[in-house]
Ligand binder design. Structure first.
Ligand SMILES: [Zn+2]
Length: 323
């Protein structure tokens, strides 16, 4: 049995999985540790340790490790180096290909985490069979991945697919990237929480203000309130859906995908916003009504998508380089 190892490095955790290549969505072993607080060497050590612990179990089960991939949360250049990462700045400069290749003795691919998640959905999830796909992941920020002609688009330097930093309001909220009014300040998980704080600050949403949580409700709490019929939480989700739809319309205008997938942590609450976001997006694209509607759907592989995709990307590259 051939298994590829995939590691997804997030702001809070490092997740490593082994993926059975005969059944590409199937995870045969996994390991999860907190993202270390130190610099790039600590990060590399955590990635290698997670991958090796999974690889050891894979080998003990009688299977063979054939490739390994890593997904990083930021701009990953063509040499696999993390060049910028608003939500993991201490990891900038990390190069993982050599240490992981030395530890596992297999070909290693390093890519952006959302690119990895996109590839996973296309090979084994909601995007199976589609060749023109955009994935946006709604988490702390907004990640993105673009597939055209059945291949991931990397751009000229490896950095394509960062829709979270399309500016939708030049005088809007400051973004960790240094600019203002980026789409992810409005349509990510942290954007949702910010919209709730603002509504509460304007006095429009007393139900969202709790003495135990002066920083405002979490996304999970907002979803709970909205499901229970709370008007203020429902209104925040409606505003959120409008911002999400606006950005999705921009992406459809630019790329004309057949399928847009919405993934990331917020996909668990998709029933509270995805229908409205789809309506906004499809009614505001250029030529709405005179073009086939792009499908806009929830991703299906969940929080392991990035790690699974890193493994599948590495397996594909490994197969290519072996001819
Ligand atoms: Zn930004």
């Amino acid at each position: 049995v051939a298994v590829a190892i995939g590691v997804d490095v997030g702001g809070t955790k490092v997740l490593a999985v082994g993926v059975d290549l005969a059944s590409p969505g199937r995870v045969v072993a996994s390991s999860r540790v907190a993202t270390p607080g130190g610099g790039t060497e600590d990060l590399a050590a955590a990635v290698v340790a997670g991958a090796v612990s999974v690889a050891d179990r894979v080998v003990a089960s009688g299977a063979t490790v054939v490739a390994a991939g890593v997904g990083l949360p930021g701009l990953v250049d063509v040499d696999g180096c993390l060049r910028a990462a608003p939500n993991l700045s201490r990891g900038v400069g990390a190069t993982l290909r050599a240490p992981l290749g030395d530890a596992l003795r297999v070909p290693v691919v390093v890519d952006n985490d959302a690119n990895c998640a996109t590839w996973a959905e296309v090979v084994a999830g909601a995007g199976r069979g589609a060749r023109e796909v955009v994935l946006v992941t709604l988490g702390t920020g907004i990640g993105g991945g673009l597939v055209s002609g059945g291949r991931l688009l990397h751009g000229g330097h490896g950095f394509a697919g960062e829709p979270g930093h399309m500016v939708v309001d030049p005088s809007g909220a400051p973004c960790p990237c240094g600019r203002r009014g980026c789409w992810e300040r409005y349509a990510s998980g942290s954007g949702l929480e910010r919209l709730a704080r603002e509504a509460a600050g304007r006095g429009e949403a007393p139900s969202l203000v709790s003495p135990e949580d002066p920083r405002g409700p979490s996304g999970e709490r907002l979803a709970e309130l909205a499901r229970a019929g709370d008007g203020a939480a429902t209104a925040v989700f409606a505003t959120f859906a409008g911002w999400l739809g606006l950005g999705l319309a921009n992406l459809v205008n630019l790329l004309d995908p057949e399928l847009v997938l919405v993934g990331g942590g917020l996909v668990d609450a998709a029933e509270l916003y995805l229908g409205r976001a789809r309506e906004v997006a499809l009614s505001s694209v250029m030529g709405a009504g005179s073009r086939p509607p792009t499908r806009i759907e929830a991703a299906t592989l969940g929080p392991e998508a990035g790690a699974i995709g890193a493994a599948l990307l590495a397996a594909g590259e490994g197969a290519r380089s072996r001819g």
